[in-house]
Design a protein around this ligand. Structure first.
Ligand SMILES: Nc1ncnc2c1ncn2[C@@H]1O[C@H](COP(=O)(O)OP(=O)(O)OP(=O)(O)O)[C@@H](O)[C@H]1O
Ligand SMILES: [Mg+2]
Length: 306
């Protein structure tokens, strides 16, 4: 008999990660990072520390290297110099097999989503499980996948649908379900609300905030979306001039006189986002731009089984 998804415990290996060099404060530490493609230097002496439990917004003009930075952190892009430690493990010098013990502690939603089109949503969510926990039975994997799908606010039926049968907002949620497949502590999201209408984006933001709070996630959130920055980010890192030129809360960033920061955070779009955040504090988002998505207010109940 199928068990209630809410009662399924995560695989035991996916509990809190402990390594000898990780003090529990900074799951990501980057020092002296350089990335270059031939003559094209993208990052030069870049440093960044991500705090445990925060949602860190990562902003910067198009082409400043936000996605390349994320790919470096998850070991898909080998830097030309510098050091990146994730959970105290040096990602830059290790081979793929050596970081296997940390790779299963992060989840990634790539820019554009990138679901496998020939697999159903549930099968997509099962891909990382098959890779890291092949010993799980097919039935258990399917139960966990279904649970992750529901966790992201999708109806249970979405689990057996193919990506082509989903709306843009549903695809994002399905991608998020796959990113959550292994109960990660670290979540990387590259432009998750791009292409969503404002209400769909606001609801997706709320989902990320709820998941981060409830599951204790650390989130590396690349975004152009000023509303997301104001609504859900604890701090924001600004990429410009090949480096992270500032990290802080938005009020802290506003004290910088760097022209890009001033233009970005003091421009009319930013002021509109700030006003809308202030209005949202008074009212709550009523609908969802994605008509098929379920609101996720009972998230805590779903996780705890309450
Ligand atoms: N595999 C690659 N080979 C060569 N150049 C690359 C490669 N990947 C990225 N680049 C270059 O690195 C730079 C940074 O790219 P990246 O995708 O990180 O930008 P981004 O900040 O994420 O931009 P956007 O906001 O448009 O997503 C760009 O100039 C891009 O052309
Ligand atoms: Mg990008």
């Amino acid at each position: 008999m199928a068990s209630d998804p809410a009662t399924i415990a995560p695989p035991p290996e996916a509990q809190d990660i402990v390594t000898d060099r990780y003090d529990g404060k900074y799951p990501i530490v980057i020092e002296g990072l350089q990335n270059a493609f031939g003559e094209n230097v993208i990052h030069e002496d870049l440093a960044l520390k991500v705090r445990r439990g925060e949602i860190l917004g990562v902003v910067g003009g198009s082409g400043t290297g936000k996605s390349v930075l994320m790919r470096s952190i998850i070991g898909l892009q080998r830097p030309t110099a510098g050091k990146i430690e994730v959970f105290g493990r040096d990602i830059t010098s290790a081979g793929p097999d050596e970081i296997i013990g940390v790779r299963n502690h992060w989840g990634v939603l790539f820019q554009g989503g990138a679901l496998f089109s020939t697999l159903t949503v549930a099968e997509n969510v099962e891909v990382p499980m098959k890779q890291f926990y092949p010993e799980l039975t097919a039935e258990l994997m399917h139960e966990i996948a279904r649970y992750k799908v529901v966790l992201t606010g999708l109806p249970g039926e979405a689990a057996s649908k193919y990506p082509s049968e989903l709306s843009g907002g549903m695809k994002k949620r399905a991608g998020l379900a796959r990113a959550l497949a292994l109960d990660p502590e670290l979540l990387f999201l590259d432009e998750p609300t791009a292409g969503l209408d404002p209400i769909g984006a606001a609801n997706f933001d709320k989902l990320i905030r709820d998941l981060a709070d409830t599951l204790g996630l650390t989130v590396f959130l690349i975004t152009h979306d000023l509303d997301s920055l104001y609504a859900i980010c604890d701090r924001v890192a600004v990429l410009a001039d090949k480096q992270v030129i500032a990290v802080g809360t938005i009020p802290e960033l506003l004290e910088s006189d760097h022209p890009w920061i001033q233009e970005y955070f003091n421009g009319p779009r930013s002021r509109a986002a700030r006003d809308s955040r202030d209005r949202a504090a008074e009212t709550t988002v009523a609908g969802d731009g994605d008509a098929h998505a379920q609101p996720a207010p009972a998230l805590h109940d779903k996780i705890t089984g309450a």
